[in-house]
Design a protein around this ligand. Structure first.
Ligand code: AMP
Ligand code: MG
Length: 492
């Protein structure tokens, strides 16, 4: 007999207007694909709980574990700029919360476990492919050290679902610091329910920004801190070439985690305008537009908080604008600080910005692979003998050679010795990202043949992205030219 899951469900104790109580829909033939045992342990859950048929039933929503209080949370959101006053969890059900080993409250949510009162025309289901995709990419982000929701498990439902074709159904068990979104605030703001807004803000402060509670102006401090975390998060995305793809306000976590891995993708060749999502027709969420879009979303959060910031509306608006003006400095510090570390510039000298921008410009013009360029620069930082490996990534290798002259001169002003420099660079320039063609191959094997060996292999490589993994070097290769153009779909 294994210990039950130690639930403590604070969100379900909030007022009724915050959620709908709803049970997952039982499914035919549950089958476990993957359990993240290390994460289970962190959550204080005995992983062997999920080794039994009853445990797997929990992971597809067929059995409600003791202490769970399943709810679908209410939220609104701007989708590609259009406000939708009611979205909500249409295919996700929060089972409850646990306090993890470090004392942090974490949500355990089933994604794809059947319709809810917020499903609108959707079936509340998820297909195996997108579930594996979210598992891989969210776990890769965690291993890269980037704040993110996590994947506790992937399980098949034993049922098929209808999309463009018939597909195997699956459920992802997602773990998050919370599922409070910018859109959760918008839900109550749109209803002019200031009391609920205040309740939500107080809850979010207590859960995610407890020191804001003691500030002279707690709601202002809260806004500032959400802005700071988002600015840092988006900077981290840019530094690894991640494109979220659907940065709608309902997909932006108040806790500052990457959430909702639908059409996201990592870019191979560097291009600021890169877009992968099939529905992002105008490039709203292109790689280099992500900071501006985060800022736009945060302005929507600030709009919601106006009634809480001051009784005097002009004063409240002035405060909100002040807070939003802080985004750029936060983002720039995180982004340029990160870029410096990627290039081993530990000191700040005049001309550094130009040096960094010139490299990026040349990478773009020469279609250089983003991840490999920076990874191979680590060796080049130790010895020019490694330059060949970098220059060959550029369509015109001379474009790199010219830049490298300036970089080497600049490195002479760095205090570290060449090996320390290389080692420091290797800790911030990953060798392995979830390459799109690899993710697709994993999904193809799983969906067409129920072969999960490629999934396991990819997960394993991505769990140590900063290590060279001899024998797995090919996982760092860019796609073959035939697979270089890539599109993602929302996975609904
Ligand atoms: P997303 O673009 O995945 O963030 O989803 C936007 C909204 O659509 C959210 O309210 C989702 O819960 C809802 N949704 C997405 N897919 C489905 C589905 N298959 N069934 C019901 N609701 C869905
Ligand atoms: Mg979403």
């Amino acid at each position: 007999m294994t210990a039950p899951i130690p639930f403590d469900n604070s969100y379900a104790r909030l007022p009724d207007s915050f959620y709908a109580r709803v049970l997952p829909t039982p499914v035919a033939a549950p089958g476990l694909v993957k359990l993240n045992s290390a994460l289970a342990l962190q959550l204080g859950i005995d992983p062997s709980l999920f080794a039994t048929p009853e445990g797997v039933e929990i992971l597809v929503g067929k059995r409600i574990p003791e202490g769970a209080e399943p709810i679908a949370t209410a939220y609104a959101g701007h989708q590609f700029g259009q406000f939708v006053p009611q979205l909500g969890d249409g295919r996700a059900i929060l089972l409850g919360e646990v306090i993890d080993c470090s004392g942090t409250r974490r949500d355990i949510q089933l994604k794809g476990s059947g319709p809810t009162p917020f499903s609108r025309r959707g079936d509340g289901r998820a297909a195996l492919g997108p579930v594996l995709r979210e598992y891989i990419v969210s776990e890769a982000m965690a291993a890269l050290g980037i704040p993110t929701t996590r994947a506790l498990a992937a399980a098949m439902t034993g049922e098929t679902i209808m999309r463009d074709t018939i597909l195997p159904g699956a459920v992802l068990t997602r773990v998050a610091s919370s599922h409070i979104r910018v859109g959760t605030f918008q839900f109550f703001a749109a209803r002019r329910d200031v009391e609920a807004l205040r309740h939500l803000a107080d809850y979010a402060i207590a859960r995610h920004y407890p020191d804001a509670a003691g500030a002279a102006q707690p709601y202002r401090a809260f806004l500032d801190q959400v802005i700071a975390r988002q600015a840092e998060l988006v900077a981290r995305w840019l530094l690894v070439g991640f494109i979220h793809g659907v940065m709608n306000t309902d997909n932006m976590s108040i806790a500052g985690e990457t959430i909702d891995y639908g059409p996201c993708a990592f870019m191979d060749t560097y291009g600021p305008a890169t877009v992968f999502s099939s529905i992002d027709y105008y490039g709203r969420y292109a790689y280099a537009k992500q900071p501006a879009m985060a800022h736009w979303n945060l302005a929507r959060l600030a709009d919601c908080l106006i009634p809480l910031l001051s009784e005097n509306q002009d004063e409240a608006i002035a405060q909100a604008n002040d807070s939003l003006a802080g985004f750029a400095a936060r983002f720039n510090a995180a982004y340029f600080g990160g870029l410096r570390r990627k290039l081993a510039l530990s000191t700040e000298l005049e001309g550094d910005s130009d040096l960094m921008q010139t490299l990026l410009d040349r990478m773009a013009v020469n279609k250089a692979d983003f991840t490999l360029t920076f990874r191979r620069l680590c060796d080049a930082a130790a010895s020019p003998e490694a330059d060949d490996m970098v220059r060959s990534l550029f369509e015109n290798p001379a474009a790199f050679d010219e830049w490298a002259i300036g970089w080497r001169q600049r490195l002479e002003h760095e205090p570290q010795d060449r090996n320390a420099r290389r080692d420091a660079m290797r800790r911030v320039n990953p060798a392995f990202i979830p390459r799109n063609h690899r993710v697709e191959a994993v999904i193809e094997a799983a969906v067409a043949r129920r072969d999960f060996a490629p999934f396991e292999a990819l997960l394993s490589v991505l769990s140590a992205p900063y290590d060279d993994q001899p024998g797995f070097a090919h996982y760092s290769d860019p796609p073959p030219p035939s697979q270089a153009s890539y599109q993602t779909f929302c996975g609904t």
